[in-house]
Ligand binder design. Structure first.
Ligand code: F6P
Length: 524
C-alpha cells in the first residue's frame, strides 16, 4: 500500500470515532485560540470543525504524500500544470506573484495601458453607464467585486451586467440608457461564447452610430474580436494562461478599474498578493488556504458530507456563493485523475445565500435535515453602513447560527423548558422529538476586518488556493473544464434545427418532442 492510501485508511478509521464538538470544546479550553488563523484582513476560526490534533496531523500527512510541495512549486513557477490543455496557470502573476520575467512584463505593460485608459475615460466624464457583457468567469468575478466594493467606494460610473442568452438580460440592462453615454465592454476569453457574442451583437446594433467608439472588447482571442468588428485599438488582451474563473485579476475587470478607479483595483490585487505570499511561504500547519482545503477534504471524503454551504452575513458579499460555485465546481468537479484514471469523491456541491435571509429559507434543513452541510460563515467586523444597531444584530445572527449548529439542543433541555411552561406530560412527549436539535454540525467562521478591496482580495485568493490544494489531494486537474463542452455542441445543433424547420432526426424521442414543441412557438 502506498503512503497515501495508508494515510487515507488512517483517516477513515479516525472518522469512525470523532468526539462531538461539545466534547472537544469541553476537553480543550484553548481550542478557540489554537484553531484560529489570521492573515491580512482575515480572521478564520476552524474550532467548530470536527477536527482533533491527530486528524489535523493525518490530513497534513495526506497532503505531503500527494506531492504538495512539488506541485505548488510547479504552479507558482509557471509550469504547464494544466496538462490537458498544455497551459501554465499564472493568475497569481496578475497580482505580482511568481511567473517568468517575460510574463511579468506582459502583465506590467497591460496594467499600465489599462490604467492610462481608465484615467482617460474617468477624466473625460462622458460616460454615465458601463454595460459589461460576459458570462461565467468573464462575469462572476467583476460582478462580485462591483457589489462588494460599494461598501466604501461609490462607482464613478454605473455598471450593469449582461450575461444570459435570455434576451431579458440585455433588455433590462439597456433600459433607459442613451447610446451616446454608454460604454459597452464585451468580455470573453475565447470570443466564441454564444451568449456573449449574441449579446454583444445586440448591444452593437443598439449603439448604432456610436458602436465604433463606445465599444470595447477584452479577450485572449484578438483576431476573433477584430473579425467581430471591434476597433483593434479598443481591444484589451489577456492570455491563455489565465483560466476564465481566475481571470478577474486581469483586464477582464476593466469595468471595475474604470468605475472604481485603478487605485482601488490595485488594492484588490495587493490583497490577493498578500494571500499568495502567505500561501507560498507559510508552513503547511500555519497555512490558511491549506487549512481551508484539508477541512473540506475531511468533511467531504471522511465525514461524508456531499455539499458545502457558503453563507455571507454581508449583503455586499451576496454574490460570493455563485462566484465560488464556478470557482470550485468548474475547477474540481472532476471524476478522473491527472493520469486519466477513476478518481474518488471530489468537489462537494457548493450552495448558499445571504444571511440573515437564508435563516428564513433553508436553515431549517441545516439544523434538522438528515444530510446537513458544513457551513462557511463569512461576516465583516466594521460597520460600513454606520448603523450600529443593524450591524450588531447581523453579527449576532451569524454567531448564533454557528453556535446553534454546533451545540444543538438536548431532549432534557427541551423537556425541562416545556415542563416549566406548564405543559402536560403527554404533550411534552409528543413535542420533544420535534424541538430537539442534534447539533454537532461543523462550520468555519471567516471574519473580514472591513470590506475593503484588500480584504476582498485576501478572501478571493484564499478560496482560489484552497481549490488548488484540494485538487492536489484529489489528484485532479483543477484548470480545465471539458465537462461544459458537450452541452454547448448539442445546443448549437438544436439551435440550427430550431432555425431550419427541417427534419429532426438524431435525438432521443424526448428531446425530439421538445424541439417540435419549441418550433411551434419560435417565429424567426
Ligand atoms: O462554459 C464555461 C466557460 O468556458 C467558463 O470556463 C468561462 O469562464 C465561460 O465559459 C466564458 O468563457 P469566455 O470568457 O471564453 O466567453
Amino acid at each position: 500500500m502506498s503512503a497515501k492510501s495508508d494515510i487515507w485508511s488512517r483517516l477513515q478509521n479516525l472518522s469512525q470515532n470523532v468526539p462531538s464538538l461539545n466534547q472537544l470544546f469541553a476537553q480543550d479550553k484553548d481550542r478557540a485560540e489554537r484553531m484560529v488563523y489570521e492573515v491580512g484582513g482575515l480572521y478564520v476560526d476552524f474550532s467548530k470543525q470536527r477536527l482533533t490534533p491527530e486528524i489535523n496531523t493525518a490530513l497534513l500527512a495526506l497532503l505531503e504524500a500527494s506531492d504538495f510541495e512539488e506541485l505548488r512549486h510547479k504552479f507558482l513557477s509557471g509550469e504547464a500544470i494544466n496538462t490537458t490543455e498544455n497551459r501554465a496557470v499564472l493568475h497569481p502573476t496578475l497580482r505580482g506573484s511568481g511567473g517568468t520575467a517575460y510574463v511579468q512584463k506582459q502583465v506590467a505593460d497591460m496594467r499600465a495601458h489599462t490604467r492610462e485608459f481608465c484615467d482617460h475615460i474617468r477624466a473625460q466624464g462622458k460616460y454615465k453607464t458601463i454595460i459589461h457583457i460576459g458570462i461565467g468567469g468573464s462575469d462572476l468575478g467583476p460582478r462580485l467585486c462591483a457589489d462588494a466594493l460599494v461598501a466604501y467606494t461609490q462607482p464613478a460610473i454605473e455598471i450593469r451586467f449582461v450575461e444570459n442568452i435570455d434576451a431579458a438580460s440585455i433588455k433590462d440592462a439597456l433600459a433607459g440608457l442613451d447610446p451616446k453615454t454608454t460604454l459597452v465592454i464585451s468580455v470573453s476569453k475565447s470570443f466564441t461564447t454564444q451568449e456573449t457574442k449574441m449579446n454583444t451583437m445586440a448591444a452593437k446594433d443598439w449603439l448604432g452610430q456610436y458602436a465604433s467608439i463606445n465599444m470595447i472588447a477584452v479577450t485572449a482571442n484578438r483576431t476573433g474580436a477584430e473579425e467581430f468588428g471591434i476597433d483593434p485599438l479598443r481591444i484589451f488582451d489577456f492570455w491563455d494562461w489565465v483560466s476564465g474563473r481566475y481571470s478577474l485579476w486581469s483586464s477582464v475587470s476593466l469595468c471595475l478599474q474604470i468605475a472604481y478607479g485603478p487605485d482601488i483595483f490595485d488594492a484588490l490585487l495587493a490583497g490577493a498578493h498578500e494571500m499568495d505570499e502567505h500561501f507560498k511561504s507559510a508552513s503547511v500547519e500555519n497555512n490558511l488556504p491549506v487549512m481551508l482545503a484539508v477541512t473540506s477534504i475531511w468533511n467531504t471524503n471522511f465525514l461524508g458530507y456531499g455539499s458545502q454551504a457558503i453563507i455571507p452575513y454581508a449583503r455586499r458579499l451576496r454574490k460570493f456563493p455563485s462566484f465560488l460555485q464556478q470557482l470550485e465546481m468548474e475547477s474540481n468537479g472532476k471524476s478522473v485523475t491527472r493520469e486519466g484514471r477513476a478518481a474518488g469523491i471530489t468537489c462537494p456541491i457548493l450552495w448558499g445565500g445571504e444571511g440573515t435571509n437564508s435563516q428564513h429559507a433553508f436553515f431549517q434543513h441545516l439544523h434538522q435535515g438528515h444530510q446537513g452541510a458544513p457551513v462557511d460563515f463569512i461576516a465583516v467586523l466594521e460597520d460600513a453602513e454606520n448603523r450600529p444597531t443593524h450591524h450588531a444584530a447581523l453579527l449576532a445572527n451569524c454567531f448564533a447560527q454557528s453556535e446553534a449548529l454546533m451545540v444543538g439542543k438536548s431532549e432534557e433541555i427541551v423537556r425541562a423548558e416545556l415542563d416549566k411552561a406548564g405543559m402536560g406530560s403527554d404533550d411534552i412527549a409528543a413535542l420533544v422529538p420535534h424541538k430537539t436539535f442534534a447539533g454537532n454540525r461543523p462550520s468555519t467562521t471567516i471574519l473580514l476586518d472591513k470590506l475593503d478591496a484588500r480584504a476582498l482580495g485576501n478572501l478571493i485568493a484564499l478560496y482560489e488556493h484552497k481549490v488548488f490544494v484540494q485538487s492536489v489531494i484529489w489528484d485532479i486537474n483543477a484548470f480545465d473544464q471539458w465537462g461544459v463542452e458537450l452541452g454547448k455542441v448539442l445546443a448549437g445543433k438544436i439551435l440550427s434545427e430550431l432555425e431550419s424547420g427541417g427534419d429532426i432526426l438524431t435525438h432521443d424521442s424526448s428531446t425530439q418532442k421538445l424541439i417540435s414543441l419549441a418550433r411551434k412557438s419560435i417565429k424567426l
